[in-house]
Design a protein around this ligand. Structure first.
Ligand code: SAH
Length: 239
């Protein structure tokens, strides 16, 4: 069975969208992954097919109903080993580490919120893991789901040309990637760093490492600190 993303959305027409082109699109056509998009509205029960209602306690906007969303989740009949995610600005921020885990699994079910969000009770009753793609607010979870799926797909076996290209890039070792260069040899008067054309692989590697470290230190002190923190030798008296 190939990796499968199941997406619950009020706007199924948004898919596959950008996931239908380039690497992801080709992998979809060749069945390396599958996309199962379900319309949450199909689980609506009243004659207006309504899915949302006003927030208890008052306030602006509308909230996705717990009963409708739970019915939509249950209708998938997904096996319990698949993670169930809810795109949410309150969620744990998505990281490359989590992306790798999700890519190694059977593929997640992803609920896309809309309006002011979803009723808290369905999050708890269906054990939804809230995932954020960053500290800003989108109008719906669909673009977030696409971001998450895209990041997973490029790691699936057979998707990227070269196996190694997934293991050296940004975040793989808690570092941002070193700068890349290609032809022409001279661009607007600027050459390519000599070391990269030296043919000396050990020197190239050392240069790239140093560049990755200094970039990470200056641009992402948070990543740099976390990386060094996690590498501090453990005190042997620790439990
Ligand atoms: N009122 C909510 C925001 C709702 S935005 C709040 O303040 O927390 C509507 C939907 O967009 C959310 O339910 C979620 O599914 C999606 N969304 C918005 N921002 C997101 C983000 N940063 N990451 C992931 N999903 C997001």
């Amino acid at each position: 069975m190939s990796w499968r993303a199941t997406v619950l959305t009020l706007f199924p027409e948004m898919f596959p969208g950008p996931l239908g082109v380039s690497l992801a699109g080709r992998a979809l056509t060749s069945d390396i992954w599958q996309l199962d998009v379900r319309d949450i509205r199909a689980s609506a029960t009243d004659k207006h097919r309504s899915v949302d209602d006003t927030p208890a306690g008052g306030g602006p906007g509308m909230v996705l109903r717990a009963d409708i969303l739970a019915a939509a989740i249950d209708a998938v009949g997904q096996d319990t080993s698949s993670p169930r995610l809810l795109m949410s600005p309150r969620g744990r921020p998505l990281t490359q580490t989590r992306v790798v885990e999700l890519a190694e699994g059977p593929g997640p079910l992803i609920v896309c919120g809309r309006f002011e969000g979803v009723d808290q009770r369905v999050i708890e009753a269906r054990g939804l893991e809230e995932v954020s793609i960053g500290d800003y607010v989108l109008s719906g979870g669909e673009l977030g789901a696409m971001v998450l799926i895209d990041a997973c797909i490029r790691l699936l076996p057979g998707v990227m040309g070269k196996l190694a290209s997934g293991t050296e890039e940004s975040f793989s070792d808690g570092l941002l990637e070193y700068p890349q260069y290609t032809r022409p040899q001279t661009f607007e008067g600027h050459g390519i760093p000599d070391v990269l054309t030296s043919g000396d692989h050990a020197r190239v590697e050392a240069w790239r490492r140093a560049q990755a470290e200094s970039l990470t230190r200056s641009r992402r002190p948070d990543l740099w600190a976390a990386r060094n923190g996690s590498r501090t030798p453990k005190n042997t008296t620790d439990g």
